[in-house]
Design a protein. Structure first.
Length: 397
């Protein structure tokens, strides 16, 4: 049996080995392995199970019994342990050990050491040292987790910055504000990066294209998918101005690249100043509105959501003729699906009320009025989705 001086030498050697392992920046698995062999070889611990609190209580180290403690659930009455506890009266499984030793850091329970089978296991000096040794290991592991989390957050922050820059390229830098054509757009992302998209493209001197889209999912993946969608749309418009061909090819691209996990609702409209016609296709998007001196028309027809079926099960376009002066209002469902404290939706009827007065003269003011109405409706309830509004005012005498 070792004397007191030998015991102190063993403890110092154990501390030295653990400290060197930590300073060498070894992986968590290696730290736990050194911890195990230190207890077995230097401290002559015969039976041990170390439970560590992560998302759940998991057994990281065990030896000396026939039980696979990785498969044993830690009873709830141990979860708030703060003092060393003898185990003679606990669950039969844990009676294989003599003591349960809590390991804390800044009053937070990090781990519990179950130990037994050692002639010194019940002595206060050995218990204190074992607790200190375990604390050093667990705090080192916690620091590794924190450092890993910080690296992940930094990587995500950089990824987010890239996605935001990518998304900024999605939207047109300038929108027309001439006598015959005025376009205003507002985009309010729910997160730093969203999945809404709007665009305006001048096809030639007589024709222009407007579109609104909403991709399933949010954040970086949605922004990147929408970036690919925008690039594909602009490439296709150079080749064809047929809405059917554009939509069919976009659907094929999304289905092929989205792996059946992402879908896009999409509205596309092309106006021809010479023919005074507006041809559109609605791909599973919420109804958009066309306002003339004769009233409001909902633009619903087209096909289903893009990215779900290839080829599309049905597809048609609608051509509205003899269209001179009109107002087009496009938006995404984050607007109408804004909720209040009673869990009521803002809804389409409240939105349509803004359009019942006929063709607006100031579309920027219209957007401000709608947002004011939204804020008065929801009060303190946060928005749940991205919100996009695209307004187009045409005067073609």
């Amino acid at each position: 049996m070792p004397n007191g001086l030998d015991i102190k030498d063993l403890e110092l050697n154990a501390l030295l080995e653990i400290t060197q392992a930590i300073n060498n920046n070894l992986a968590e698995e290696d730290l736990f392995r050194i911890y195990k062999f230190t207890l077995l070889a230097d401290l002559k611990v015969q039976r041990l199970a170390l439970y560590v609190k992560d998302d759940n209580w998991d057994c990281k180290v065990h030896f000396g019994t026939q039980t696979d403690w990785n498969k044993v659930f830690l009873p709830q009455f141990f979860w708030d342990l703060r003092e060393v506890r003898e185990l003679a009266d606990c669950d039969e499984e844990f009676q294989a050990f003599e003591l349960a030793i809590p390991v804390t850091h800044k009053d937070r329970l990090l781990a519990i050491v179950f130990v037994g089978g050692n002639e010194r296991s019940g002595k206060k000096s050995n218990t204190t040292f074992l607790k200190a040794l375990t604390n050093i290991i667990i705090v080192a592991v916690e620091n590794k987790k924190l450092a890993r989390k910080q690296l992940q957050q930094e990587a995500y922050r950089k990824e987010l910055e890239i996605a935001k820059k990518v998304q900024n390229f999605l939207f047109p830098k300038e929108l027309p504000k001439t006598h015959r054509l005025k376009i205003e757009a507002v985009y309010l992302p729910h997160q730093d990066v969203g999945g809404d998209y709007y665009d305006y493209l001048a096809i030639d001197n007589d024709r222009f294209l407007v579109c609104v889209a909403d991709v399933s999912g949010k954040g970086v993946p949605a922004a990147l998918l929408m970036s690919n969608f925008q690039a594909s749309l602009r490439t296709l418009v150079r080749k064809t101005q047929d809405p059917k061909e554009i939509v069919a090819e976009l659907n094929h691209i999304i289905t092929d690249s989205g792996n059946a996990e992402n879908f896009i609702t999409f509205f596309l409209g092309i106006y021809d100043f010479h023919d005074k016609s507006f041809e559109y296709v609605n791909c599973g998007h919420n109804p958009l509105y066309l306002v003339t001196n004769d009233g409001i028309q909902e633009l619903n027809d087209g096909t289903t959501i893009l990215g779900m079926f290839d080829p599309l099960p049905f597809l048609k376009t609608v051509r509205i003729e003899n269209l001179s002066d009109f107002f087009f209002f496009g938006y995404t469902d984050g607007l109408t699906e804004t909720f209040n404290a009673a869990d009521d939706q803002y809804g389409e009827e409240r939105l349509k009320a803004f359009l019942e007065g006929g063709i607006p003269t100031d579309i920027n003011k219209l957007h401000l009025d709608i947002f004011k109405s939204l804020d008065e409706f929801r009060v303190d309830v946060p928005y749940r989705d991205d919100i996009t509004m695209l307004s187009c005012l045409v005067k073609n005498p």
